[in-house]
Every structure is written in structure tokens, then in C-alpha cells.
Design a protein around this ligand. Structure first.
Ligand code: AMP
Length: 282
């Protein structure tokens, strides 16, 4: 496995990969890797000739400086995990490599900016769009792998690829969970032991809501019960619990079984903001 830090190092490697007509699978990450990330790596290894992972804690997608400062960084263990998983290349750029000057270009993802992560984290998707577009241009992969865990991010990236005519495909990989249902996330490392227990409420509410909707309960009742469950739970704060179309992110206030639907949730457990989602109708 080769670790590199600059575009200059990658360019000749890319040229020889291209000459041999080998296909590059790319997994952008912010490090602090867990099995969810490694699922993406495994998908790429299974279907592509060369697998490249990037590790970069992207400052432009954080709208809270505390969140950025406290984001876990575990490079040594990340590299050991990627080596064991069989990744061929790891790109670990510095901030000045990706942002040689402050970027004045701004992305506006329209309706996707108005709801959920777009609404609660102003500027977040601009930062995601910037870094992913830069990485796609630098690496020139044939396919990029993203987790369903960040469902709205997937919608944003697909729009970015279409609108900027990137010639690559996007593959979405299901959410990897802990045994008790908690979605794996780098931010879980920041949970204190009692918070790790409290964090189960997100998945519990998602799966309960799914069961109830599919057996005929009204969305308004389900939503009110989830809001009450969070109000009654210590140390948690619900930001949103929304029923929506998983691609357009149109939000609904009643449930029908005849179109794709997912529920997305964001909540604070102590100081840590967690997100999760569950498909209800595929
Ligand atoms: P991050 O390092 O959090 O930016 O995540 C990098 C990629 O891994 C993104 O495409 C995420 O959606 C994906 N990912 C994060 N957590 C999970 C998970 N639990 N299961 C599957 N994919 C995940």
C-alpha cells in the first residue's frame, strides 16, 4: 500500500494505471475509520482494479469550529486498517494541497440546501461539494463509493456529478451498524460510556417508526411519540425526524406505501451530533 500526499506524486501513478486500462475505485473519508468505511473499501476491492482511499478532515464542511477541533484523528490506526483491508493507495493531503487559496466558488444545491442537514448545517454541503469535486478532479476515479448513512450527502454528490458532468459512477453502500443497532460513525468515539447507551435512542426510534408506519399508524402520531421520547430522555436533543423521498428529499407529513420513503434523524447526545436514517419503502 502506498501513502501519498500531493497531486505531483499521484500524476505518474495515475498515468501508468490509465495506460494499463485499469479502473480506479475511490473512497473519500475523513479518517477515524471503522467497519462502515471498510465496507466501502471492500466493495471497491471486489469490483475495481485499484482501490484508493483519501483521508482528509475537510475544514470547509464544518459549520462548528468545536466539531472540527474535536473531530477524531487516528491516522496510524487508519493506515493499518487500510493495509489489512487491501487498499492499494491512500491519499492524505494537507489543507494547503487541497486549498492553496481560499475558495471563492460556492455551490448551491437548491432544494437540498433547504432541508435537514442543509438547513441545520448552513454551508456544509458547499464544503462537501468543494472537496469532493477537487478530489474527483485530482484522482480521476472511475467509480466512487459513498455510504447510505449520509443519505442527503449521496443526493448532493449525485447532483454534483450530473451538473458538472463528472465521468464516473457512484455506488451507495448500506449502513453498517453495531450489534445493538447504533450506526457506526467516527463521532461515536467521542461518546462517554453512558452516552453510548443513550445514543441507541436514534435507531430505536427509527426502527419503531418503520414498524408502526408499515402496520398503519399515522406519521403525525409516530412523529409526536418520537419527539416525546427525546424530550423524556436525559442528555439528548432531537434536531429533526423526517419522512421523505430518499432521492429528491421532498418531505412528507403523511405516509403512503406507493413510493420510496425513508426516515432521517439527527440528534445530539451530550455534545455529539449524530445522524442516521432507515429506508421504509425501497
Ligand atoms: P466520513 O469519514 O464520515 O466522511 O465517511 C466517509 C464515507 O464513509 C462516507 O461515504 C460515509 O457515508 C461512509 N460511512 C460512514 N459511516 C458509515 C457506516 N456506518 N456505514 C456505511 N458507510 C459509512
Amino acid at each position: 500500500m502506498k501513502v501519498f500526499h500531493t497531486e505531483a506524486e499521484w500524476r505518474p501513478i495515475w498515468a501508468s494505471i490509465f495506460k494499463e486500462n485499469k479502473k480506479i475505485g475511490f473512497i473519500p473519508t475523513m479518517g477515524a475509520l471503522h467497519q462502515g468505511h471498510l465496507d466501502l473499501v471492500a466493495k471497491s476491492i471486489a469490483s475495481m482494479d485499484i482501490t484508493l482511499v483519501s483521508i482528509f478532515v475537510n475544514p470547509t464542511q464544518f459549520n462548528s469550529s468545536d466539531d472540527f477541533k474535536n473531530y477524531p484523528q487516528t491516522l496510524e490506526s487508519d493506515l493499518a486498517q487500510l493495509e489489512a483491508a487491501g487498499a492499494a493507495y491512500v491519499f492524505v493531503p494537507s489543507v494547503t494541497t487541497l486549498y492553496p487559496q481560499p475558495t471563492r466558488l460556492r455551490f448551491d444545491f437548491g432544494d437540498l440546501e433547504q432541508v435537514l442537514e442543509g438547513k441545520f448545517r448552513p454551508g456544509h454541503f458547499n464544503g462537501v461539494g468543494l472537496v469532493v469535486a477537487k478530489l474527483f478532479n485530482l484522482i480521476q476515479p472511475n467509480r466512487a463509493f459513498f455510504g447510505q448513512k449520509d443519505l442527503q450527502q449521496v443526493a448532493v454528490i449525485k447532483r454534483l456529478v450530473q451538473d458538472l458532468s463528472f465521468t464516473l459512477s457512484i455506488e451507495v453502500v448500506p449502513t453498517r451498524r453495531e450489534k445493538d443497532g447504533l450506526a457506526m460513525s467516527s463521532r461515536n468515539m467521542r461518546l462517554k460510556p453512558e452516552e453510548r447507551q443513550q445514543a441507541l435512542l436514534l435507531y430505536q426510534q427509527l426502527s419503531q417508526a418503520k414498524k408502526r408506519l408499515l402496520t398503519g399508524d399515522l406519521w403525525t402520531t409516530v412523529l409526536a411519540d418520537t419527539e416525546a421520547a427525546f424530550s423524556n430522555a436525559a442528555n439528548t436533543k432531537l434536531e429533526y425526524f423526517a419522512l421523505l423521498h430518499p432521492e429528491t428529499f421532498e418531505i412528507f407529513d403523511s405516509f403512503t406505501q406507493d413510493a420510496p420513503r425513508s426516515i432521517c434523524i439527527a440528534a445530539y447526545v451530550g455534545q455529539v451530533r449524530l445522524i442516521d436514517n432507515l429506508p421504509i419503502i425501497l
